[in-house]
Design a protein around this ligand. Structure first.
Ligand SMILES: [Zn+2]
Length: 418
């Protein structure tokens, strides 16, 4: 079974609908009988088909002529002449339905010619134009003739002296096969809301089978709901609903982020800022501590006692800070360990993450040298001097493993020595 190029056929039907849809009747020409041996009967068939698709002013003069292999017929297309010459192959002359399908195809060529419908006049488009013509003949209401006549079978008995031989001859004409035509026919019938009774009437059992096959294989294209008046609204609403679902998940992630910020990041930042500000003041104070009276040894002594008291107080305060900081450090380490063990979408630590440091006294960002665990830095804006660590963050667990590994190695070495 040949492939059905659904998208291509779909585009060609859109092209036809845009160009001649408004003046095309929704009627389908019912199959009719002709006498294949009578050229007048064939002539009348041509006239009937031409009138049906709206070409009553032309006279189609039909002759049976030997054609090239696999060519069912051809038509002489000239502008400005009322007589149109059509040749049909002597091969198909014994198949009544094939004659009708060939006439439908050739006369449709004339319709396209006078309506200027094509995929382009270049010879490269010849095949495309033939496919378009097959589709157009269905579009113009000749689908039943096309379906019944595109693949014909002739079974005859030959009587030989000893036995009877059954000879089956098959003939394919046109460019689309029966299944491909069935797809086009079903699509056109569905978009025009023709009832199944009407579009199936008069079709051969083969044609009906081909329709059934397409209905089952491509149900998407034949869904009646695409004809409903508010279908665009429904489809767009479907998209909007999917958008809202995604946004809802995104907003939930955002809520988590807000929680992380408010419960953790901001708390840590606040802590760092407060402590650094106090330390900044200590540093400022310390810069005056060297000032002393020059010549009175007793006063120098007393001042030193006082300074010692003051410094002890400050150091005790720093000790309290350290205890509090340890708590923050433990908690924040747990979080970074957890992030590292979670992996994607979170990133593993890299040196680029750690060399932009914030001065916690005034918020200035400092770009510092990479990979230094103990950098004495000074903020260019507020002059605050602080220690920065731009080395890679390593998970605590990993550090522990390393330590364990080292201890294991020491034991190993000791054991070997014994
Ligand atoms: Zn600063």
């Amino acid at each position: 079974m040949l492939k059905i190029y659904t998208e291509d056929y779909f585009q060609k039907i859109i092209l036809l609908e845009k160009q001649v849809g408004k003046k095309t009747s929704y009627k389908v020409l019912e199959p009719f009988s002709i006498n294949p041996k009578d050229i007048i009967s064939i002539q009348n068939a041509g006239k009937k088909i031409a009138e049906f698709i709206g070409l009553p002013d032309f006279t189609f003069i039909i002759a049976t002529v030997k054609q090239k292999e696999k060519v069912g017929g051809n038509i002489d297309l000239k502008y400005g002449e009322k007589e149109v010459f059509v040749e049909i192959s002597d091969n198909i002359i014994k198949y009544e339905n094939a004659i009708l399908a060939t006439l439908a195809h050739e006369i449709t060529h004339k319709y396209m010619h006078i309506n200027n419908i094509s995929c382009g006049s270049n010879t490269l488009n010849k095949y495309e134009n033939e496919v378009l013509t097959d589709i157009a003949s269905v579009f113009l209401g000749l689908g039943k003739l096309m379906l019944n006549g595109c693949e014909c079978e002739n079974i005859r008995q030959e009587y030989l002296p000893e036995k009877t031989r059954t000879i089956t001859e098959t003939l394919k004409c046109g460019y689309l096969n029966q299944t491909q035509l069935a797809f086009v026919y079903l699509l056109v019938s569905t978009m025009r809301r023709i009832s199944p009774d009407d579009y199936k009437h008069g079709l051969s059992s083969d044609s009906i089978q081909a329709l059934l096959y397409c209905e089952n294989k491509y149900p998407y294209y034949f869904n009646k709901r695409f004809s409903e008046p508010n279908i665009r609204g429904e489809l767009v609403e479907h998209l909007h609903s999917a958008i809202r679902d995604t946004q809802s998940t995104l907003s939930n992630i955002d809520k988590h982020l807000l929680y992380i910020q408010n419960s953790c990041t901001y708390v840590i930042e606040d802590f760092l800022e407060k402590k650094h500000k106090v330390i900044m003041n200590m540093l400022l104070e310390s810069s005056t501590m060297m000032n002393d009276v020059k010549y009175d040894p007793c006063l120098k002594f007393l001042n030193a006692v006082q300074l010692n008291q003051r410094i002890s107080k400050l150091i005790s305060r720093l000790y309290d800070f350290s205890l509090e900081a340890k708590l923050y450090q433990n908690s924040v380490t747990k979080i970074t360990n957890y992030i590292q063990s979670t992996g994607y979408p979170f990133l593993q630590p890299s040196l680029d993450m750690f060399n932009t440091v914030v001065c916690r006294n005034d918020g200035t960002k400092l770009k510092l040298p990479k990979d230094n665990p103990y950098l004495l830095s000074r903020c260019p804006k507020c002059n605050y001097q602080f220690i920065a660590d731009t080395s890679l963050l390593i998970a605590e667990e990993y550090k522990c493993n390393k330590k364990r590994h080292r201890i294991k190695n020491i034991f190993k070495r000791l054991f070997k020595k014994q």
